[in-house]
Design a protein around this ligand. Structure first.
Ligand code: CP
Ligand code: NVA
Length: 302
């Protein structure tokens, strides 16, 4: 049985297969009937402890367009929110539904769910990783600029949160360079051959093929808002920073965006076509992920 719990440890062959399926799904959208897809006869639970617009809607639509039925469950409205154990919730769900998409805080909870439910399980964001987002962002970059191999992706902002952590794993899988421009206290977890860090956002942006940012205040960190807004103030993607990147560099944002914080209103609007194509691609990539997960395991080392 396959899961998508994190990018860490994923083989390039599998990740490339997801992107291939996403490309096919994007081309085919609107041409096929809704009832003949690979999820026909399946019910998928979406268990969300944190807010979501893009991830929730893209999974709900993707599951339906692949022939399945999504069942959205806010954690606050099921017994999980009143303290029922993840493992007990998982053992119930595993007997009733065919797959689960989970957004929560602890990575360990998604892993425990997969272990006890024994149904395909997808990480729709935890404090550690946001694998579906980054696979989709690679889809967007390759769609607009060709292969990501060897490119320089500059992440500006909170390099310790889930999104850049998944970027760092993706850099190893797809063989590109991730440079993080971030304050000392928010450095990436590990630097190495594929990941570097600088405190200077200008140095990070210099010569980048892609400039990327995420919110300064991730879900669950709201109590630190004032402190974070102070420390991240120099780490905004704006006209000046974009001027340092390569000519024709892409500017991407996983969204939601806070204009005047991690990105200037001017750049967000100037680059809106790319940024909202990026959001749309979440739908096509979720289809790639779902189709990959219900397909037979792939052979080869990749
Ligand atoms: N980028 C992203 O995951 O958006 P949502 O929080 O709206 O799902
Ligand atoms: N780092 C952000 C990502 C939102 C999609 C968060 O966790 O809130």
């Amino acid at each position: 049985m396959k899961h998508l719990l994190k990018l860490a440890g994923m083989r390039e062959l599998e990740a490339r297969e997801i992107l291939r399926l996403a490309r096919v799904a994007k081309k085919a959208r609107g041409k096929k009937g809704l009832s003949k897809g690979p999820l026909t006869g399946q019910i998928w639970a979406l268990i969300f402890t944190k807010a979501s617009t893009r991830t929730r809607v893209s999974f709900e639509v993707a599951i339906r367009e692949l022939g399945g039925v999504p069942s959205f469950l806010s954690a606050a409205e099921i017994q999980l929110g009143r303290g029922e154990l993840v493992r007990d919730t998982a053992r119930v769900m595993g007997r009733m539904v065919h797959g689960a998409v989970i957004r929560t805080f602890a990575q360990g909870d998604v892993e425990e769910f997969a272990e006890f439910a024994k149904i395909p399980t997808i990480n729709a964001l935890t404090d550690d990783e946001h694998p579906c987002q980054i696979l989709s962002d690679i889809f967007t970059i390759e769609e607009k600029r060709g292969s990501i191999r060897g490119k320089r992706v500059a992440f500006i902002g909170d390099a310790a949160c889930n999104v850049p952590r998944s970027w760092a794993e993706a850099a190893k899988i797809f063989d590109f360079h991730l440079v993080c421009g971030a304050p000392k206290e928010f450095q990436p977890l590990a630097v190495g051959k594929h990941v570097s860090w600088t405190e200077d956002p200008r140095e990070a942006a210099q010569g980048a093929d892609v400039l990327y940012t995420d919110v300064w205040v991730s879900m669950g960190k709201e109590a630190e808002t004032a402190e974070r807004e102070k420390v991240f103030a120099p780490y905004q993607i704006n006209q000046k920073l974009v001027g340092l990147a390569k000519k024709g560099a892409l500017v991407l944002h996983c969204l939601p965006a806070y204009r005047g914080k991690e990105i200037s209103a001017e750049i967000l609007e100037e680059r809106a076509v790319d940024i909202f194509d990026q959001a749309e691609n979440r739908l096509h990539t979720q289809k790639g992920i779902l189709q990959w997960i219900v397909s037979k395991p792939m052979k080869g080392k990749g």
